[in-house]
Design a protein. Structure first.
Length: 145
């Protein structure tokens, strides 16, 4: 059982916070005590989640309140039992930063064999598609955890 999960994207304001909050909610609903955090490989440190990401999440019943972007570092990679990334360059950044993280780093879309594209500065329709992709990937992980 994984007790500490880290989600990673680029700026830590769209995909990884959404995945973090959805994982936290779904794991709690499943009665699993797991700590979930998120970070970015090029984080907009201290920024809240993107406004459009927040709006779409809220429409689906998830509030991203209190999120503040943080930079990925080795303290976080070593804290985590499982690291979930969105794209290949995130995987590469995690394993370049901390080669010991290779065996515990996977794509969030692993079970769907899909990367999750960045919706930053794109329309609400793209954010909606990404929300659906992340929510679906989270459900697959919940079933495996």
């Amino acid at each position: 059982m994984f007790e500490k999960i880290l989600t990673v994207c680029t700026g830590n304001i769209c995909r990884s916070p959404l995945a973090e909050f959805l994982l936290r909610e779904r794991l709690a609903a499943a009665g699993k005590k797991v700590e979930v955090r998120s970070a970015g490989i090029g984080a907009l440190v201290g920024h809240p989640a993107d406004d459009t990401t927040q709006d779409v999440a809220r429409k689906h019943g998830t509030a991203l309140d209190g999120h503040r972007a943080q930079q990925l570092d080795t303290e976080l990679t070593r804290w985590a039992d499982l690291i979930l990334v969105m794209e290949k360059h995130h995987f590469d950044a995690v394993t370049d930063l901390d080669p010991t993280a290779r065996g515990k780093t996977f794509y969030l879309g692993h079970w769907n064999k899909a990367e999750i594209p960045d919706p930053y500065r794109r329309g609400e329709d793209v954010h909606e598609e990404v929300h659906q992709a992340i929510a679906g990937a989270v459900e697959k992980w919940i079933a495996k955890l």
